[in-house]
Design a protein around this ligand. Structure first.
Ligand SMILES: C[S@@+](CC[C@H](N)C(=O)[O-])C[C@H]1O[C@@H](n2cnc3c(N)ncnc32)[C@H](O)[C@@H]1O
Length: 463
């Protein structure tokens, strides 16, 4: 039997086996032998039984995402329970930090491209070192570590081949993401402790004073830093593409039924200047991947599609974006700063993906206010595609992103209650529904202008 949707992102059962003594029951802080005993032995046999109770052999993991994530989550729990504190420590501080930096070396020296040549056939370290002009002894040491972490496969003495992960490192979304985190994000996270100490452990709440500005010793925001060089723009855009891959399509039946919710109520009457009315504006839409998803799901959609972002991003949107769509139309590219008045008035849909989580509440209110002024009450819908953090058992994909939004922007991911407070109390919008594939990792909050209350009643201070 396949796991249910509730079981996807975490284990729903406390797998503790009653007759196994928990190490915490006899905890003595002076007894350092605890470091060499499994982290949660009491869960081990329950987790093994739980994994064994499914017919995993009947499942096609290349297509069944829910089953794959469920098994991964159980397997991770099992590893965490079996590992000793010492092993967890060394993996965290030693093995995983070494991974990050050696993987970036492999990307920047074309190591993984070399390994992928000839259909990924096994190659010696000596051969690879010569091909990428690298110290052979150092390369051997790096390859040995990457193989021990399962990122490449050792096929013989001094001989390695790539697996699907190391082959994927030759693609720009993964390669750029590693560089983006190394150059832009890690310097912020690695300064979290120092920053918090200077602020007596109070949350950052502004984009101009947070671990990012402190770590980089800059007065720039992350987006200003990203826009400041072509390389930064490229690696940021690569990361957005990588991050968005592999999620169910946002506008599909299983996530948000766009045909029923948007297309069926669309008014096709031409605008006073004779132009086609707008069906969907993707605000801060980056290089257009979400609009492309919309087109692939709804190829014969009516109305216009508009992609808005900062000039530096619109300038690098792929030319294929503006080529004719299956319905003979094309995406309109528009430079737009979302803190200024929204130029598209009365569209059926305003859509934002990964925008609100980049900004503290006060800035979100400014952005939302500009959109609300352009919305036609009773007709326009605002879709916010973001995490809706479950009140219990949030997944790691949610929790890490929440912390990164805090260090990079003084911002946050939000629970449904926090969305209601921001959108309804703060901006005078009405939430019509919260949609999503389950698990809380991505959700669509659908709103319209609240007819009875013109403005929100909350006050948000600060930058
Ligand atoms: C986290 S990315 C999300 C991109 C895209 N919506 C997605 O989900 O992949 C945030 C986007 O907001 C854009 N952005 C940042 N500040 C902006 C502003 N003031 N006006 C318009 N877009 C902005 C960035 O350029 C970037 O493309």
């Amino acid at each position: 039997m396949a796991p249910s949707i509730q079981e996807i992102y975490h284990d729903t059962v406390d797998h503790t086996t009653p007759n196994v003594k928990r190490s915490s029951s006899s905890f003595d802080p002076n007894d350092i032998s605890i470091n060499a005993r499994p982290c949660d032995l009491g869960r081990v046999s329950g987790l093994i039984d739980d994994i064994a109770s499914y017919n995993w052999g009947d499942i096609d993991f290349s297509t069944d995402r829910n089953a794959r994530i469920s098994l991964l989550s159980k397997a991770r729990s099992l590893v965490a329970a079996l590992e000793t504190p010492r092993e967890t420590l060394l993996r965290h501080i030693g093995a995983e930090t070494s991974n990050l930096y050696t993987i970036v070396i492999g990307i920047e020296t074309n190591l993984f491209r070399e390994m992928a040549k000839d259909n990924g056939s096994p190659k010696t370290a000596t051969h690879l070192a010569e091909a990428i002009s690298f110290d052979p002894d150092l390369l051997r040491r790096i390859l040995r570590h990457l193989a021990s972490m399962n990122h490449i496969i050792q096929t013989g003495e001094d001989e390695y081949r790539p697996n699907n992960f190391s082959k994927a490192l030759t693609t720009s979304p993964l390669a750029g993401s590693y560089q983006f985190y190394r150059d832009i994000c890690i310097p912020a996270m690695s300064n979290l402790n120092k920053w918090l100490k200077t602020k007596s452990y109070q949350s950052p709440t502004t984009v101009i004073d947070n671990p990012f500005t402190f770590g980089h010793q800059t007065s720039q925001t992350l987006f200003e830093m990203v826009a400041s060089t072509a390389k930064n723009t490229e690696i940021f855009n690569d990361h957005m593409v990588a991050y968005c891959q592999g999620h169910p399509a946002w506008c599909s039946e299983s996530v948000y039924p766009a045909a029923d919710r948007l297309i069926s109520g669309f008014d096709p009457t031409p605008l006073p200047d004779g132009s086609d009315p707008v069906l969907l504006v993707d605000i801060g839409g980056n290089v257009g991947h979400d609009l492309q998803t919309f087109i692939s799901q709804h190829p014969s959609h009516p109305g216009r599609l508009v992609l808005q972002d900062l000039p530096s991003v619109i300038a690098v949107a792929p030319p294929s974006l503006t080529s004719p769509l299956p319905n003979g139309k094309h995406i309109q590219l528009q430079e737009h700063d979302f803190f200024t008045p929204q130029p598209v008035v009365g569209a059926r849909t305003y859509y934002m993906h990964h925008i609100m989580h980049d900004w503290p509440d006060a800035k979100c209110v400014s952005i939302l206010t500009q959109i609300k002024k352009a919305m036609k009450p009773g007709y326009s819908r605002l879709l916010i595609n973001e995490q809706v953090i479950p009140e219990k058992k949030a997944s790691w994909e949610t929790t890490y992103l929440d912390l990164y939004m805090m260090v990079l922007f003084g911002a946050r991911e939000r629970t449904e209650k926090e969305w209601r407070r921001l959108l309804e109390d703060g901006c005078g919008l009405k939430i019509l529904g919260v949609y999503g594939p389950g698990g809380g990792v991505e959700g669509i909050v659908e709103c319209e202008v609240a007819l009875e209350e013109g403005e929100g009643s909350m006050r948000y201070d600060g930058y």
